[in-house]
Design a protein around this ligand. Structure first.
Ligand code: UGA
Length: 439
């Protein structure tokens, strides 16, 4: 079996590589010649645990190929997955220009029955637009070639993308024909060994499922962040409350950790896009509007604590920042809370020395030398007026507090992820701030 995957970003590259792992021949396509050249030469553009190993294995086996020619990639293919970017427009809606341009390309070159699958997160109604775009090109060619469109949203998380793809909780597929279902079933069967379901549904519901899932998860986070803020005000401890509510299986204990607000390329963008879709249909998604507003406010919570501790005088202060990426195990800086905190600190006249195990280059690419980059977490702490923990990388969990205490000018920690134990902090004579905890 042969497939084409268009777009070598997170979703495309991980999907293509994981499909190859099942024995399928995969051609990954991108218009970015440099990216394809690099991928042909063993250079992977993203950091993702486990990806390099299976990429190398499947390239060596000849099952994973890279090309800039969409035409070549769909030759004999049973399906083509569209996994290109859908950046937000100025108004927050997803920009479909890349998706539709791929669809038109497919329409130009398709010469046998294929399933054209939207894998990028695309608004409700996109598969229909893809279908129209392909049909438009076929008409221009005067060709009558059968094809089907399908929607197959991806639920992988950055940092555990390979694991999530290989062992999915479920696979959602929107189709409108038996043929398309057959092709998709065949492709996904190898991933269903853990007994988790493949859910076939209509295309619109499948497109909606992706946004509803991300919006529900974002809602959980904004909800617990608000509860955490209130806990502080009334003297409760969000850790206890989190456990207290999470043990009710209807609520669940996952994804209710308070912090500095959600970031990344998905939640902020998808929540906004769903609000937009609703607005366009004259319906106001009030809950999601609140989720977004709470998240915006949450990104300032840590800075406000810092500012208050130093009585509003941050001029000339130096801060050590541990973690820059929007979450651990990724170098992704998109919508990272660290960027907001850095901006506010710099604006207040402070300086920042940061360390992140993998995201420093990416951060440099975005904000340049506005901050200093340290060689490790202890180096960052030298002479700092306080330590700010923004991303909960595993290596930050058990630092040597004695060594750290000697390096820092003041033993003050602002923990944006609640990873340290308040009692231990008190024992070790640290002034400790966290999110929503009783200290
Ligand atoms: C998210 C979804 O979890 C995936 O299922 C989905 O496929 C993906 O978006 C996508 O649409 O492509 P991702 O953005 O990679 O995945 O990262 P998450 O692990 O979900 O974290 C998102 C944000 O929420 C991070 O900033 C994280 O720190 C924050 N978060 C997460 C919390 O603040 N508290 C939590 O309890 C969990």
């Amino acid at each position: 079996m042969k497939i084409s995957v268009v777009g070598t970003g997170y979703v495309g590259l991980v999907s293509g590589t994981c499909f190859a792992e099942t024995g399928v021949n995969v051609a990954c396509v991108d218009i970015d010649e440099k990216k394809i050249e690099n991928l042909k030469n063993g250079i992977i553009p993203i950091y993702e645990p486990g990806l390099e190993d299976i990429y190398k294995k499947n390239v060596t086996k000849g099952r994973l190929q890279f090309t800039t020619s969409l035409k070549d990639s769909i030759e004999d293919a049973a399906a083509v997955f569209i996994a290109v970017g859908t950046p937000p427009d100025e108004d927050g809606s997803a920009d479909l220009k890349y998706v539709l341009s791929v669809a038109r390309e497919i329409g130009k070159y398709i010469d046998h029955y294929m399933v054209v699958v939207t894998k990028s997160t695309v608004p409700v109604g996109t598969a229909a637009k893809v279908k129209d775009a392909i049909q438009g090109e076929l008409q221009k060619r005067g060709a009558d070639i059968p094809f089907d469109v399908a929607s197959n949203p991806e639920f992988l998380k950055e940092g555990s993308a390979v694991e999530d793809f290989l062992k999915p909780d479920r696979i959602v597929i929107g189709t409108e024909s038996q043929n398309a279902q057959k092709v998709m079933s065949r492709l996904y069967k190898p991933f269903l060994l853990n007994g988790h379901p493949i859910l076939f549904m209509d295309i619109t519901s499948s497109e909606m499922t992706k946004y509803a899932a991300n919006s529900m998860l974002a809602t959980k986070i904004s909800f617990i962040n608000e509860i955490a803020n209130l806990c502080e005000i009334v003297g409760a401890d969000v850790d206890a409350v989190r456990k207290g509510i999470g043990s009710d299986s209807r609520i669940g204990n996952k994804f209710i950790y308070p912090g500095t607000g959600y970031g990344g390329s998905c939640f902020p963008k998808d929540v906004q896009a769903l609000i937009r879709t609703a607005d366009e249909n004259n319906y106001s998604l009030n809950i999601l509007k609140a989720v977004e507003a709470v998240n915006y406010r949450q990104k300032s919570v840590l800075f406000n604590k810092i500012n208050k501790h130093f009585n509003g005088d941050l001029k000339g202060k130096k801060f050590a920042m541990w973690g820059l990426a929007f979450k651990p195990k990724t170098d992704d800086m998109r919508e990272a809370p660290s960027l907001v905190i850095i901006d506010k600190l710099l604006e207040a006249g402070a300086t920042v020395v940061a360390y992140d195990p993998v995201a420093m280059n990416e951060c440099k690419r975005i904000i340049g030398d506005k901050i200093t980059y340290a060689k490790d977490e202890y180096d960052a702490a030298i002479d700092a007026d306080a330590l700010i923990l923004v991303t909960e990388w595993p290596e930050f969990r058990l630092p040597n507090f004695r060594v750290l205490g000697k390096l820092l000018k003041n033993n003050v920690i602002f923990d944006g992820r609640n990873i340290y134990d308040p009692e231990e902090m008190a024992e070790k004579s640290y002034t400790y701030y966290a999110i929503g905890r009783k200290i």
